[in-house]
Design a protein around this ligand. Structure first.
Ligand SMILES: [Zn+2]
Length: 385
């Protein structure tokens, strides 16, 4: 497979081509308007605004998603979500391309530099700490649902002005499910328990303050046996994460939920068909979350949804990589991705072509919800404010 635009071109030309192709496609299929100015949307003040952030840990490439040959894999993003969204076509990640450190960077709005496979907290304050401290919100109001046990410290930084006691509650669905099962039963759930795809033998140190099974069962009003019985009906870890997220929305209705999907990263196994299945499932789960937001009274009409991959994957042309399988080269395709923003106050069916950075998310959330993010390296995206 080859990409028509990335052979012999500079990163700037490649990025331009991606943006151009997306813009033309979107204009043709949705009639989306290009945002030519950064004037404010002029939205009314939304009372008790909530936000749901969905990241894909293990991003997908353009040719399997937004390019013509990939569009069949994301029918719901294209037909249902994009027409209601402001779509940023060039979101550049200049940080380390490992999932935990990159997702932590998305959550702090600063490029974190720690070892991706270390059980450490982010150095910069997280969005959860900014939110809770400035708006005086309780611990029950900010939640992370994380794909790997190695993400257990993502909810709270080590920053001395924030940190201890100000972070999010972190749910590790695989850990919860594992603790609900006997060793014999765990074999039946093997497909839901695999911790990460890049280093299958990596066994993260689980310290930190992640949620315990019985505590969560109580919050979700779900018995441990019902939880494990329902899990058996699910096809993947991401379905388990979204199940927990929806239950959390119904039972506790927190103002800030951060979900990291990770099924796509099965690409590391080299199985292209499983990678495509992961993209299609992510497409479906994003639509499920958006529909849940519309149907839950605590969320409908006052919730913004942001969806973005943590980064991309390698191109087919770079001799230092192996195409879709990994994200090791740091080439333009592996760094350039996209973001959708939806909900009250955000213009619908609008494309923003200018390059932005993944660290711009946190200050944007701060501007929407009313908190400062003084240690973020990003800038609020005025197109959605
Ligand atoms: Zn990966």
């Amino acid at each position: 497979m080859s990409s028509p635009w990335n052979s012999g071109r500079s990163p700037r030309q490649i990025a331009h081509s991606i943006a151009h192709s997306r813009r033309e496609f979107l204009r043709a299929t949705t009639g989306a308007a290009l945002a030519l100015s950064t004037t404010r949307a002029g939205a009314a003040v939304v009372p008790t605004r909530k936000v749901v952030v969905v990241t894909f840990g293990g991003g997908a490439r353009d040719q399997e998603t937004f390019m013509p040959e990939g569009q069949e894999n994301i029918p719901l993003l294209l037909s249902e979500l994009i027409p209601q969204a402001t779509f940023f076509t060039q979101v550049v990640n200049r940080g380390i391309l490992g999932h935990y450190v990159a997702t932590a960077s998305l959550a702090t709005g600063a490029y974190e530099t720690f070892n991706n496979f270390a059980a450490v907290a982010p150095s910069n304050p997280t969005v959860f700490e900014y939110f809770r401290k400035d708006l005086k919100r309780p611990a029950s109001d900010a939640w992370v649902i994380a794909p790997s046990n190695g993400f257990n410290r993502i909810g709270e930084s080590e920053h001395r002005s924030y940190g201890v006691g100000l972070g999010a509650r972190v749910v590790l669905p695989k850990r919860l499910l594992g603790s609900a099962l006997s060793p014999r039963d765990a074999l039946l759930y093997d497909h839901l328990l695999r911790d990460n795809y890049e280093t299958p033998l990596y066994a993260p140190d689980i310290g930190g303050d992640s949620m315990q099974l019985h505590e969560l069962a109580e919050i979700l009003k779900l018995s441990v046996s019902d939880f494990s019985a329902h899990a058996q009906s699910l096809a993947s870890p991401d379905e388990l994460s979204v199940y927990i997220a929806r239950r959390l929305m119904q039972q506790l209705a927190p103002s800030m939920i951060w979900i990291t999907l990770h099924d796509i990263d099965v690409a590391h196994s080299g199985a292209f068909s499983l990678y495509i299945d992961g993209i299609r499932r992510s497409d479906r789960l994003c639509a499920t979350l958006w529909r849940t937001i519309q149907s839950e009274p605590e969320y409908a009409g006052k919730t913004n949804l942001f969806i973005l991959p943590d980064f991309g994957r390698d191109s087919d042309e770079d001799p230092g990589g192996n195409g879709f399988q990994h994200h090791r080269t740091g080439d333009a395709l592996s760094r350039t991705t996209w973001m959708l923003a939806l909900g009250p106050g955000i213009r619908q069916n609008v494309v923003v072509d200018r390059p932005v950075q993944s660290v711009d998310l946190v200050p944007t959330l701060g501007a929407l919800l009313g908190f400062a993010s003084p240690y973020s390296q990003g800038k609020a995206l005025t197109e959605v404010l």
